[in-house]
Design a protein around this ligand. Structure first.
Ligand code: FAD
Length: 701
């Protein structure tokens, strides 16, 4: 009976950095083993599917961007389903399961998925499977793996119900249903570790390999008494039979060609818009040498381009991987001699990977070095599927077993601890497991696209025509047992090295005297932010909260406002507040010098500047506030007045969820106190302010 059932489902993914796509591909691949056909599309390919007429079950995997929005690829889709003229039964025919991806480091956890889920429900669509919300902060796999495991049975049931609806004999349906393996799919798939316990032997994928205990004795005995580490396991993991994922089929073929020709232009790697190659005209270190983090300000010359931006916009920097890491990788791959050779990347003929396609981020023809430098995120934290594939390229039995453990269900917490939380990358693994010798095609199959990094503009095009500034902290990854050498962030490390000759060490001021003679150029493209902008009406007051590099967009706001004040002396301007915080007054107080903050105060652009220092000791009787949220509480009346009475704006920018949450907690408390309402009511008011785009956040990790 089962073989008569229609077994297609529509699989949509909305991805920002490729994770949702990779998970959708995993589902697609597993679907085959379950005798199902996944019709997979990017959610933006709206000409390839039609939810209005879709009768088969729909599976949606959707990520969330930092600001809680659905990914760019889902924008059109979200706009379409948000159409308020749609009737409440618009999707009454639709049954779907949704897997949201997010990061609880950010305030609006999984908001992309939640938004779509909520709207589909409002339009009458039915869940055939409970929504899963996976948290990148603790490891997506904690929810993703059990969610996918449970999906197959839920789909089976959805197909049966579908047939039933289509008029199949109810007897046949119920007998099929009872023949199907049962799993209670009342899954509460939040990001709770309890999901790991979802171990139903009957829903194990056909491809899952059970590793026999016999292997264990090869490696376990000497290690059982050690502390666990990236390369060593201890009981129970070291003594367990392992459930490891199915080996992903290889699908890429690499052919080396003559060393002639030119590499593609960087712009061809970007699908998001026009790229601009612009000179870096200034670099200033904003922090003292003894500050814990080093913040740099870079100025770009965009005068000869049509690149346009507003204060509050972010833009993307195309960055390469570290040269010596690329060389090291070539060496380990045994391809040092071939770095300058052109390679042709093709899909392997007869591959078992369903729908295998040429990876869009790999040029048809470029040198091997170009691919490793500009196309692949070689620092990416290896996914379990990659570890599984690496097992096959590892000759040492002990190393093989450990890699199996790390990608197994039993080794999930080891994976989280020694790979994910330790920010281990492929090179770290290849050092730790020296008998692992992967092929180039495996790297192309498993390493994600090297992403351009986003930065907030820290200047105003009105105030500094033809210039674009931004500020960043150089990201540092200290050495640890799994990473013998310390590293810098891919982009910030590269930028720091690039501009080293331009830097003015120990100076906290911009050298405004002469243009630098730098010829260094970087490639950028726009990433407009539709909401994090100055109020359209200049008479409206606003408050800005930007500790650390979070101050960056507010410098642009203030420059813009200063120029408007100069140009329009007859206009009315509302008050402007800036809450800034850092560790030490004399080490990392960004933009402290005359040129900036004090100057804005002097000329009246900034009406209130409130600062705090979290690590400076104080001899005052009453300790001064440490964090921006503490300072905000001191100005409760003003916050309430600006936000409620004067319909002002409140902006928060910074790099930590804890700051943004702390600030919104403080504002909610203030609203509750000043309006004499309970906390719940205050939260509702804050939500309304967010909805009205008068409480705006731009946070990054
Ligand atoms: P990567 O090599 O990508 O490493 C960063 C990753 O490592 C992050 O996942 C982080 O969580 C993790 N990490 C960082 N430090 C450590 C550590 N010590 N140990 C372990 N893990 C660590 N950044 C700015 O500085 N200024 C801005 O104005 C700015 N604006 C942004 C605007 C938007 C819209 C977005 C999305 C991001 C913004 N960012 C900004 C962040 C920026 O895009 C980069 O993520 C950041 O500069 C790091 O890039 P990287 O390549 O140097 O680091």
């Amino acid at each position: 009976m089962c073989c008569d059932l229609k077994r297609r489902f529509l699989l949509l993914y909305a991805t920002q950095k490729g994770q949702a796509k990779a998970i959708a591909e995993e589902i697609w691949q597993q679907a085959g083993a379950h005798g199902l056909e996944a019709d997979m599309h990017c959610i933006s390919e709206m000409d390839k599917y039609n939810l209005e007429t879709e009768k088969d079950p729909v599976v949606i995997v959707i990520s969330t961007t930092g600001t809680g929005d659905p990914p760019d690829t889902a924008r059109k889709f979200v706009k379409k389903i948000r159409d308020t003229t749609l009737p409440p039964d618009h999707f009454a025919h639709l049954q779907y399961g949704l897997l949201g991806l997010g990061d609880s480091e950010y305030t609006f956890f999984c908001n992309g998925g939640k938004t779509v889920d909520r709207r589909l429900q409002e339009l009458g669509a039915q869940h055939f499977y409970d929504t899963g919300l996976a948290d990148d902060c603790v490891g997506l796999e904690l929810v993703v793996d059990p969610w996918i495991d449970g999906l197959w049975l839920a789909l089976e049931e959805a197909f049966l119900l579908q047939k039933e609806k289509e008029g199949m004999s109810s007897d046949a349906v119920s007998s099929s249903l009872s023949a199907a393996p049962y799993v209670g799919h009342e899954l509460n798939l939040s990001s709770e570790v309890q999901n790991l316990k979802l171990e139903d032997e009957r829903v194990r994928s056909a491809d899952v390999l059970t590793q026999k205990l016999v292997d264990i004795h090869l490696v376990a005995s000497a290690r059982d008494y050690c502390e666990p580490s990236l390369v060593h396991s201890v009981p129970p993991v070291s003594q367990s039979a392992l459930n490891i994922p199915a080996l992903p089929p290889e699908y890429i073929e690499v052919q080396f060609q003559d060393a002639h020709g030119e590499n593609p232009h960087l712009s061809s790697l970007i699908s998001e818009g026009t790229t601009f190659e612009v000179p870096v005209t200034k670099a200033v270190q904003l922090t003292r040498e003894d500050a814990i983090k080093t913040a740099l300000l870079l100025e770009l010359d965009i005068a000869d381009t049509v690149f346009d931006y507003q204060p509050g916009d972010a833009f993307c920097v195309i960055c390469p991987n570290n040269v010596s890491e690329v060389e090291e990788l070539l060496h380990i791959l045994g391809l040092s001699e071939k770095g300058e050779h052109f390679v042709c990347v093709k899909v392997k003929q007869g591959t078992k990977k369903k729908g295998a396609a040429h990876p869009q981020h790999i040029p048809e023809r470029s040198t091997l070095k170009f691919i490793l430098t500009w196309c692949l995120e070689i620092r990416a934290i290896p996914k379990k599927a990659f570890l599984r594939a690496l097992v096959e390229c590892t000759s040492d039995a002990g190393e093989k077993r450990r890699l199996q453990e790390l990608c197994s269900r039993q080794g999930a917490s080891d994976y989280t601890r020694f790979i994910r939380d330790s920010n281990v990358c492929l090179l770290d693994l290849l050092h730790a497991f020296p008998s692992c010798k992967p092929s180039l095609n495996l790297l192309i199959e498993h390493l994600p696209k090297l992403q351009a990094r986003s930065y907030s503009a820290s200047s105003s095009n009105l105030h500094q025509p033809g210039k674009l500034c931004f500020v960043f902290n150089i990201v540092e990854f200290p050495a640890c047992p799994a990473r013998p050498v310390s590293r810098k962030g891919v982009c910030t490390g590269w930028l720091a090295k690039l501009v080293a000759p331009l830097l003015h060490p120990n100076k906290n001021t911009l050298d405004t005297k002469g243009e630098s003679s730098s010829t260094e150029k970087i490639s950028i493209f726009a990433r407009p932010n539709n909401t994090f902008h100055l109020p359209a009406d200049p008479s409206v007051p606003f408050m800005m909260v930007g500790p650390g590099t979070g101050i960056s967009p507010f410098i642009g706001f203030l420059q813009h406002r200063q120029k408007l004040r100069e140009d329009h002396t007859d206009w009315e301007f509302g008050e402007t507040w800036l809450f800034f915080g850092c560790r030490h007054q004399d080490r990392d107080y960004l933009f402290k010098q005359v040129y900036y903050l004090a100057c804005f105060i002097e000329n009246g652009t900034l009406t209130h500047l409130e600062v705090c220092f979290s690590r400076d000791s104080s001899t005052a009787e009453v300790a001064p506030p440490k964090y921006v949220q503490d300072v905000i509480r001191l100005y409760a009346k003003e916050v309430a007045r600006v936000l409620l009475k004067e319909r002002g704006y409140f902006y928060v920018c910074g790099d930590k969820k804890h700051m943004a949450d702390g600030v919104s907690d403080a504002v909610a408390d203030i609203l509750s106190m000043e309006m004499e309402v309970d906390r719940l009511e205050a939260m509702k008011i804050l939500a309304m302010l967010r909805e009205a785009k008068r409480y705006l956040q731009d946070v990054w990790s």
